[in-house]
Design a protein around this ligand. Structure first.
Ligand code: NAP
Length: 306
């Protein structure tokens, strides 16, 4: 495999960054990879497990001289990080990010980019509920989508090169308008997470009444919610604060549908419920047929080797 970037810097060393590192090494797509994380603890862990060729004690040191700088921190931290590293960015370098929200990240990063540095926003649609440097694995992006959301004026060559990197590390890459991305992801990821957080919260309230029954008899439906609701609190707080409009729009629609189902239950409208659930079952089938999930009872999301 050919090297796509001679020097790559990973800022943030959590699930996504570590998976990118192992996948880039598997593909031989990057020369030297430097890395930086905010806490000494994470940097020590990275050194211990061989995550990155060189772990640096400052973001500037990691970013200096890099051909590609990947911002793999929570969405709310992007602005601080880019301001910190901007003075050392190499002319002609590309900055990218992996944030789950795109419009706000573009607005946070763009004003701080030095002349001659390209910014190509990206979002891999792959993840688990685990976080931190040990959570990553090289196959995370295999056959998953990665959406690039370049804005008007983004350098086409820089976009193409990043496109090739994501392909090399296993992803199906597509480009999308940033606002459209935020709306689509609000439907497919952000609002479902909020609903899962809410459902687990409701069960938690209930468990105070029923002692441990909620945990003890936790059946598949609730267990799936708890898996999603175990996702990183910082990351998800930042997602909702930064994708406010789209989330509120989809939540509004969700509430209307919920009321319709509530009324069907109250009035005993079995036909409505049956038709509704038949339609939703088809959506699940479509996802499996598109190769984006497996039919396995555990949803096929068990980490390889675990
Ligand atoms: P993670 O495992 O929690 O790792 C986050 C990393 O960012 C950690 O190394 C953390 O350092 C560092 N960090 C946090 N705040 C920082 C700051 N202010 N300055 C410098 N470093 C900071 O997170 P992740 O799951 O990899 O997510 C990273 C990004 O990917 C987020 O923007 C998220 O929206 C996006 N994303 C996540 C998923 C997913 O499913 N998890 C999927 C697609 C995209 P410390 O360890 O030292 O605190």
């Amino acid at each position: 495999m050919t090297v796509i970037y001679d020097r790559v810097a990973l800022i943030g060393l959590g699930l996504i960054a570590s998976s990118m590192f192992w996948a880039m090494k598997r593909a031989g797509a990057a020369g030297e990879v430097t890395g930086y994380a905010r806490s000494a603890e994470t940097r020590d862990t990275a050194r211990e497990i061989g995550l990155c060729d060189r772990v640096c004690d400052s973001a500037r040191e990691a970013a200096e001289g890099a051909d590609l700088v990947i911002l793999a921190v929570p969405v709310g931290a992007m602005a601080t990080v880019i301001q910190d590293i901007a003075p050392v960015l190499k002319p002609g370098a590309t900055v990218t990010d992996v944030g789950s929200v795109k419009r706000q990240v573009i607005e946070a990063v763009s004003p701080h980019l030095p002349e001659g540095v390209h910014f190509v926003p990206a979002h891999p649609l792959a993840g688990t509920e685990h976080s931190g440097p040990r959570a990553g694995f090289e196959t995370l992006f295999d056959n998953r989508y990665c959406l690039l959301t370049p804005v008007e004026g983004t350098d086409a060559q820089a976009t193409d090169r990043l496109f090739r990197l994501w392909q090399a590390i296993g992803a199906n890459v597509e480009t999308m308008d940033p606002d459209h991305h935020d709306l689509v992801l609000s439907v497919t990821s952000h609002t479902p997470h909020l609903i899962a957080y809410t459902m687990v919260g409701v069960a938690d309230d209930l468990s105070r009444v029923t002692d441990s029954e909620v945990i003890k008899y936790s059946a598949a439906g609730f267990r799936d919610f708890t898996r999603i609701a175990a996702s990183d609190p910082t990351m998800w707080r930042d997602v909702f604060l930064n994708n406010k409009d789209a989330t509120l729009e989809i939540l509004g629609r969700f509430t209307e549908e919920l009321f319709a189902l509530q009324r069907a239950i109250r009035t005993g409208d079995g036909d409505l419920l049956f038709d509704y659930f038949t339609r939703t079952r088809e959506i699940r089938r479509g996802i499996i047929e598109a190769g984006q999930d497996t039919d396995a009872p555990d949803f096929g999301r068990v980490k390889p080797g675990s």
